[in-house]
Design a protein around this ligand. Structure first.
Ligand SMILES: Nc1nc2c(c(=O)[nH]1)N[C@H]1C(S)=C(S)[C@@H](COP(=O)(O)OP(=O)(O)OC[C@H]3O[C@@H](n4cnc5c(N)ncnc54)[C@H](O)[C@@H]3O)O[C@H]1N2
Ligand code: MOO
Ligand SMILES: [Mg+2]
Length: 399
C-alpha cells in the first residue's frame, strides 16, 4: 500500500471515534473529565439579598426623609438569620455575605459612616439599593449553570460543590494500555549499560493522558516475537485502545505489524507522508483500536497529539483543543515530499498574535528539545519553502 497523506490518516482515525458510555463519579476526582449532564442551580443565586460590603443596612425611605443618624439595633454576621428594622431611625450593622432582611434595602460601608455611642452617622450621599447583590441576580433556581459537554475545570468543580452535586455524571473514558517495546530500553530505575537507554515513551504518553483523567496501564515488552504476541493478544481483549511505541519500521526486530496481522488486528494504514512519524501503523479488531507509533520519542509525541488526542476529543464530543494557528517567525526549507511537523517555541507578540519560532533539533530521536519547545507546526505537503509571516496550524504539547 502506498503511503497515505496526513489528511487521509486523520480521516481514517476520526472515523473510528467511539462512544464509551457514561458513569457517575465523585466530584473531587472529576477534574479534566467531560460533563455529561447540565448542572442546574438548586436555588436562586445568590439565595438572598447579600451585602457586598461590611457596614450598616438601612431603609432608604428613612434617608429620603432626611434622617442621617441611625441607632444600631443589632449586629448581624454572615450565616445568621436576618434581622429586621422596625423603626425608620434604626439600622443593622451587617457583614458581607449576610442575608439582608426585606425591611432594609441599602447598605453603607464602614468607611462612609462614623459610629458614636451606638449611633451610626452617614457622611456621604448614597443611592437606594447600593452595595447589595440581589437574590437571583446571577441565576434563578433551575437555571443551567454549566452545560453538558464541557471539560470539568476547577471553576466547574467549585460550582458543583456550591449546588451540592458531589456526584457528577460524566463521559466514560476508554480503557487504555500503553505498550512500549525495545530490547535496549531499560526502566527509569535501572542503570543502563553503555549500549542501553532508559525508556521514556510509555510514561510520557501516560502523562499526556492524565490531563484527560485517563489512568492508562503501561507495560514494556522486549523485541521478542512470541512475547509481543502473548501480551498483545491479552491486551486487545482487556482494553479498548492500545497505544504502542516502537517496532513498526523496517528493522529485523520490528515485529508489530506482523504480530498484529497474526492476531487478526486489521491494518487500516501503515506509513504516512510525514516527518516525523512516517512508519505510524494503525489498525483495529472489532471495536478495539491499535495506534502503533514509531519508537522515536518525537514521533510518538507528534502522532499522539496529531492523531490520538483529536480521536479522543471526538469520541468524548468535546471541542478540539488543537489545531490553533500561529505566525511563523523564520523561513524554513524542507525539500522532501513529506508533510513536515517542525518543533516550535510559541509566544504571543505585542499585537496579541500567537507566534511560532522554529527550533533546530536533531530529528525524531532528539527528545532533549521537547522541553524547550511547545508545539508542532504543520507545514503543507505541497510546498518546500515556508516564509516568515506565514500562518500554519499548530499542535501544542506545552504552553
Ligand atoms: N530502513 C529504514 N529504517 C528506518 C525507517 C525507514 O523508513 N527505513 N524509518 C525510520 C523512522 S522514520 C523511524 S521513526 C524509526 C521507527 O522505528 P520503530 O517504530 O521501528 O522503533 P524502534 O526501532 O523500536 O525504535 C526507534 C528508536 O526509538 C527509540 N525508542 C524506542 N522505544 C523507546 C522508549 N520507550 N523510550 C525512548 N526511546 C525509545 C529506540 O531506542 C530507537 O532509537 O525507524 C527508522 N528506521
Ligand atoms: O520520521 Mo521518523 O518518525 O522518526 O524520523
Ligand atoms: Mg525499528
Amino acid at each position: 500500500m502506498e503511503m497515505i497523506t496526513v489528511q487521509q490518516a486523520e480521516n481514517i482515525i476520526l472515523s473510528q471515534a467511539q462512544d464509551f458510555g457514561k458513569e457517575f463519579i465523585h466530584y473531587d476526582s472529576a477534574l479534566g473529565r467531560v460533563l455529561a449532564e447540565d448542572l442546574k442551580a438548586d436555588r436562586d443565586l445568590p439565595p438572598f439579598d447579600r451585602p457586598t460590603v461590611d457596614g450598616i443596612a438601612i431603609s432608604y425611605h428613612a434617608y429620603e426623609k432626611g434622617i442621617r443618624s441611625f441607632k444600631i439595633k443589632a449586629v448581624q454576621s454572615a450565616g445568621e438569620p436576618s434581622v429586621s428594622i422596625h423603626s425608620a431611625e434604626d439600622c443593622i450593622e451587617i457583614m458581607t455575605g449576610a442575608a439582608l432582611d426585606s425591611s432594609a434595602d441599602t447598605v453603607i460601608r464602614y468607611e462612609d459612616i462614623s459610629i458614636d455611642h451606638g449611633t451610626a452617622h452617614i457622611n456621604i450621599d448614597i443611592k437606594q439599593g447600593q452595595n447589595i447583590h440581589l437574590k437571583a441576580k446571577d441565576k434563578k433556581e433551575g437555571e443551567i449553570l454549566v452545560k453538558a459537554g464541557q471539560i470539568i475545570s476547577p471553576a466547574i468543580i467549585g460550582i458543583a460543590s456550591s449546588i451540592g452535586k458531589t456526584t457528577l455524571f460524566v463521559k466514560k473514558l476508554p480503557k487504555i494500555a500503553i505498550i512500549s517495546t525495545g530490547d535496549e530500553m531499560v526502566s527509569a530505575e535501572s542503570v543502563p549499560t553503555p549500549f542501553q537507554l532508559r525508556r521514556s515513551n510509555g510514561v510520557s504518553i501516560q502523562s499526556v493522558l492524565k490531563k484527560y483523567g485517563i489512568q492508562a496501564d503501561t507495560l514494556h515488552v522486549n523485541d521478542h516475537y512470541e512475547e509481543i504476541k502473548k501480551e498483545l493478544a491479552r491486551c486487545i481483549e482487556e482494553y479498548d485502545v492500545l497505544l504502542l511505541s516502537g517496532g513498526v519500521s523496517m528493522g529485523k526486530f520490528d515485529y508489530l505489524p506482523e504480530v498484529c496481522r497474526e492476531l487478526g488486528i486489521e491494518k487500516r494504514f501503515h506509513k504516512i507522508k510525514q516527518r516525523p512519524g512516517k512508519p505510524f501503523w494503525f489498525g483495529s479488531k472489532d471495536q478495539k483500536l491499535v495506534f502503533a507509533f514509531p519508537g522515536n520519542p518525537v514521533s510518538v509525541f507528534m502522532c499522539l497529539h496529531r492523531y490520538f488526542i483529536p480521536w479522543l476529543e471526538k469520541s468524548l464530543e468535546t471541542p478540539p483543543t488543537s489545531p490553533l494557528f500561529a505566525v511563523l517567525q523564520d523561513d524554513i526549507d524542507f525539500p522532501f515530499g513529506l508533510q513536515y511537523f517542525a518543533q516550535v517555541k510559541l509566544n504571543i507578540n505585542s499585537s496579541g498574535q500567537l507566534t511560532a519560532e522554529s527550533v533546530h533539533t536533531n530529528g525524531s530521536g532528539d527528545f532533549s528539545h521537547l522541553a524547550e519547545t511547545d508545539a508542532f507546526i504543520e507545514l503543507p505537503l505541497e510546498q518546500n519553502h515556508f516564509k516568515k509571516g506565514e500562518v500554519y496550524p499548530i499542535w501544542k504539547y506545552n504552553f
